[in-house]
Design a binder for this molecule. Sequence first.
Ligand SMILES: [Zn+2]
Length: 319
Amino acid sequence: MTREQSYEIAFEKQKEVLTYKKAVFEMAIANLSKQNPEFADINNRLAQLGSSIAITVISGDTASLDEMQSEMTALSSRRDEILKQAGITDIKYDCSVCRDTGYVNGKICNCIHNSAKKLVIESLSSALPLEDCRFDNFDLNYYPQKSDDGTSPRKNMTAVLKMCREYVTNFDPCKSESLLFMGNTGLGKTHLTIAIVYELLNRGFNVIYGAAYNLFSEMESEHFDRHTNTAYKAAIDCDLLVIDDLGGEFVSPYIQSLFYNIVNTRDLANKPTIINTNLAMGDIAARYTPRVASRLFNYNNEVFTGDDIRLQKAIQKNN
Ligand SMILES: [Zn+2]
């Protein structure tokens, strides 16, 4: 779901609910008018007074204006009494700020911003384990203190985790650097990027996340339908673009140039991108052309080390 779509749906939903509430309220009023002649008369008189007052205000006759206004006040309070007795309450708005119109002083109300944000998170949650992949359940115990080559994966990943947390805290869609997460499968690249995505979505940033094969195939199919290029446009415009599992997709010359355009356009606009890949830099150059590799070379490059966590978990389960 793109940001534009989420706002469209948020407005539509709000309008639907409000229309329903108004219809229920008006139906109750119409029924009461049929059953209670006094109520019907009051409503008619109030409508008459409303237009008379408007005309009198223009003419400037203050004496009759005061009289009409006090009649109106009296009738209104009698009307409220009858409504209360009949158990009909005024429309209850979900948002008292904009009275469910979605706008305050010509600006989009916070209630719409919040429900659009929620919609994006919900649509991503169905595809992503947003709840499972958080910073606080990233378990450093899976990374050995010392590996055969003498380095410490635990120490390395402790630093990577710290960097990711700081990245989120200091995130600026016009300043934050781009990240390239490298290393074998099962070392937590996806976990940490999803944790970043979750935190930034919650803070209202426009984040697009997708596996390379999904993102690219969606854009490739758009290529043949010139009227829609929403996926491409969203990938270019978003605050943060996350491409997971680069290298897991089928590469064509079209995908090569598409990928270069995305990376290049975002770089020129100083917009951050995060890329996860099992490929080494040499493989990236061979697969996507050296000009792409030279762009990614400028990213902040973190190499994930350790032993396959999925494998470790599977072994634990079987013991
Ligand atoms: Zn509102």
